[in-house]
Structures are given as structure tokens and as C-alpha cells.
Write a protein that binds this ligand. Structure first.
Ligand SMILES: NC(=O)c1ccc[n+]([C@@H]2O[C@H](COP(=O)([O-])OP(=O)(O)OC[C@H]3O[C@@H](n4cnc5c(N)ncnc54)[C@H](OP(=O)(O)O)[C@@H]3O)[C@@H](O)[C@H]2O)c1
Length: 345
């Protein structure tokens, strides 16, 4: 029905964001309708709003991360029932799947029940961060094709292999650390502001190195931790400086995952690989990884293998997202995921 819910709508490319009525979307086969209780913000949402990238069609509803209660179940869905508390990986390039609205459609394959003891806010922090981490590590097109922990022999497979993670305190960084632990990597070394070290150790980092070290000091610090070749480096930050350091530390046949386009000048004959990840399970090459990840999600969260990001709740419902996106874009968010409550609009 037209206008029977509220959504935060980006009216035009780099245009105004406004809360306005929008028809409640309808779930198709393999989908469910969720009443959204919590929607987490990502840097991609801020970049779309400010830079006009990633989204082609306007007016647009943004938001990839959501959690709420199932209101309606589409044809063929057997995993969820009306009233279930679930979280899902939405999509910022499909208005019906976007989460900055009061009702969203979730693809059942990329959704999971929220275990007891986990809030809507906490659950909403997981989807894009973990999707980007998992697809980067285990995807074959947008990732480096490691054996995933859901595959036979995958859990603990990389014991005694080091992994280097730039930006452990960010959302993607948190989840790369946790998946690296499930995969058995050791040591798990991450760069971060040192004030996050205790938390990063609690989720699996074995060593936290100060993100402000010079390249030579970083090289020396890592050399004191391990002398083994570092064949896997995940640069979740992917700005020029971190890419340079990541490339410097990578072993001669190692693989580097980036979240932003490469700025590295790779010389002919260099056997190292660089992969730019794409965290969306909706993209055709990522679907299988996404399905496997989400099939294991409820159990992993319930068993504590996957811990949500720290939450900062935004006031003012959907309107509060506007200020949140500004803070994300200008770098005024640190060690927390901003979460909005669409029903408070
Ligand atoms: N390709 C894709 O599909 C994809 C998907 C998701 C995200 N991304 C991109 O990946 C990047 C990270 O996303 P996110 O969601 O993890 O961001 P986030 O949660 O906002 O995390 C950013 C954190 O990184 C830390 N940081 C900043 N500069 C750093 C540096 N030089 N070294 C180490 N840590 C640093 C900051 O913490 P401190 O100040 O405390 O160190 C900051 O809190 C963004 O650019 C995002 O757009 C791409």
C-alpha cells in the first residue's frame, strides 16, 4: 500500500535525505518481510549520500544491515515463521531490500535467527561487516579463496600460519579477526589504536600493533612476533599508507585483500595477488559464500564464535541517521557501530 510506512529517502544523487512515506514492500519467493527494529550504518551509506557512488537509481533508500521481527513469509521459505527475531544482509541498491525504513524485505538465504541474549541492536551490526570479511577470505571471485570454516576440515585449517589484519578496530576488522580465529590462523596480528587492544584480544587477535607506527617500526614489530612468511594480509582500511604497509609485509607468493581499489604498483613477475573484495552476498559470484556463511550464522553467534560490534544507538529514529552518516563520513566514529531505530520515527 502506498505510504504505509516511513523510510529515509535520498531524493536524488548527492541530494537531500528526508524521512517520507513509502509503500511497504512485499516479500517474493524466498523472502520475508521484517518490521525493522534496528538498522546499522556503514561507511558505504555515507559515501553514497555524499559522493553519489554505487547507486544508480533515485530516489534511493540506503542501509545494508537490519534486524527485526518477521511479519510475513514469502513462498517457499521454511526457515522462518511470523514473529521470529531475525537479522539480515540487506542491499543499498534495491529499495525494497534496504534497511533504513520501517519495513524491509530480507532474502531468507542471507538472514538468520537472533540467538537469545543478543539484542536487535547488536545483531544489526553483523551483516555487511562479516559479509565483507568472509567473502574477502573465502570467496573465489571477490576473495582469495581460502578453505572456509564451514567446509570439511576448514575450521582450524590454517594453524601455524600468520595473518596480518590492518584496521582491527573497524567493523570489517572485527569480523576478519573472528573468522581468522575460526580458520585457525596463528598469530593473528592486527593494527589498531592501542585503546582497543583488550577488546581485539578478547575476540581473537593474538597481537595488537599500534596503527601509528612508521613502516619501519611496524616491520620490526611484526618481525618480533613471527619470522614465518605472511601469506595472508587483509587491509580493511585500504588507504594509500595501509596498502603500502600491507604490500611491504606480504610474503613473495602471498595474497592481499583490499576493501577499496588498489593503489599498488605491482611489478611484472611479482607473484603476489591483490583482490578487491565486495561484501554483498547478493552479487552472483558471492552468493554461495553468502549462503554458507548465513547457514552457520545463528550457531556461530550463539556459541560466541562471532561477537557483534560495539553499539552506539542514535536518537530520533530514521532522522537520526542523517547526522550519523555525517559523522561516519567525517571520521567521527571510533570503535562502535552506529545503530538507528526506525520504529522511533
Ligand atoms: N568493498 C566492499 O564491499 C566494502 C565493504 C565494507 C566496507 N568497505 C570499506 O572498508 C572500509 C572499512 O569499513 P568498516 O565498516 O570496517 O569501517 P569502520 O567500522 O568505520 O572502521 C573504521 C575504523 O578503522 C580505524 N582506522 C582508521 N584508519 C586506520 C589506519 N590507518 N590503521 C588502522 N586502523 C584505522 C579507525 O579506528 P581507530 O581510529 O580507533 O584506529 C576506525 O574506527 C571503509 O572504507 C568501507 O567503505 C568496503
Amino acid at each position: 500500500m502506498p505510504g504505509d510506512q516511513l523510510a529515509l529517502i535520498l531524493l536524488s544523487k548527492q541530494g537531500r535525505l528526508a524521512v517520507a512515506p513509502r509503500g511497504r514492500p512485499e516479500p517474493g519467493p524466498g523472502e520475508v518481510l521484517i518490521k525493522v527494529q534496528a538498522a546499522a550504518l556503514n561507511p558505504s551509506d555515507a559515501k553514497i549520500a555524499k559522493l553519489g557512488i554505487f547507486v544508480e537509481h533515485y530516489p534511493a533508500v540506503l542501509g545494508s544491515d537490519g534486524a527485526g521481527v518477521v511479519e510475513e513469509v514469502g513462498e517457499g521459505v521454511t526457515t522462518f515463521a511470523v514473529g521470529d527475531r531475525i537479522f539480515c544482509h540487506g542491499a543499498f541498491d534495491d529499495n525494497d531490500l534496504a534497511t533504513f525504513q520501517q519495513y524491509t524485505v530480507a532474502v531468507a538465504d542471507f538472514a538468520a535467527k537472533i540467538p537469545r541474549g543478543i539484542s536487535f541492536d547488536e545483531a544489526s551490526t553483523i551483516p555487511l561487516g562479516i559479509g565483507t570479511a568472509a567473502i574477502g577470505l573465502y570467496g573465489t571471485v571477490h576473495g582469495i579463496g581460502l578453505v572456509a570454516p564451514w567446509e570439511q576440515g576448514g575450521q582450524g585449517k590454517y594453524a601455524r600460519s600468520p595473518i596480518m589484519i590492518f584496521g582491527g578496530s573497524g567493523s570489517v576488522g572485527n569480523f576478519v579477526i573472528q573468522l581468522a580465529k575460526l580458520s585457525g590462523f596463528s598469530p593473528i596480528i592486527t593494527t589498531s589504536n592501542m585503546r582497543h587492544s583488550d577488546f581485539l584480544r578478547s575476540i581473537g587477535a593474538t597481537h595488537v600493533v599500534d596503527r601509528y607506527l612508521s613502516l619501519s617500526a611496524l616491520r620490526a614489530a611484526v618481525g618480533r612476533i613471527t619470522s614465518a612468511p605472511i601469506n595472508v594480509v587483509y587491509d580493511t582500511i585500504s588507504i594509500r599508507d595501509t596498502q603500502k604497509a600491507a604490500w611491504d609485509l606480504l610474503a613473495p607468493t602471498g595474497k592481499l585483500v583490499l576493501t577499496l581499489p588498489s593503489l599498488i604498483e605491482k611489478e611484472a613477475g611479482d607473484r603476489r595477488e591483490i583482490v578487491l573484495t565486495n561484501g554483498s552476498p547478493h552479487r552472483a559470484p558471492n552468493r554461495e559464500t553468502g549462503r554458507e556463511l548465513w547457514a552457520n550464522m545463528e550457531r556461530w553467534v550463539e556459541e560466541g564464535h562471532i561477537v557483534p560490534n560495539h553499539v552506539e544507538t542514535l536518537p530520533h529514529g530514521l532522522d537520526g541517521i542523517i547526522d550519523g552518516l555525517e559523522r561516519l563520513y567525517t571520521g567521527h566514529v571510533d570503535g562502535v557501530k552506529l545503530v538507528a531505530h526506525p520504529q522511533e520515527s
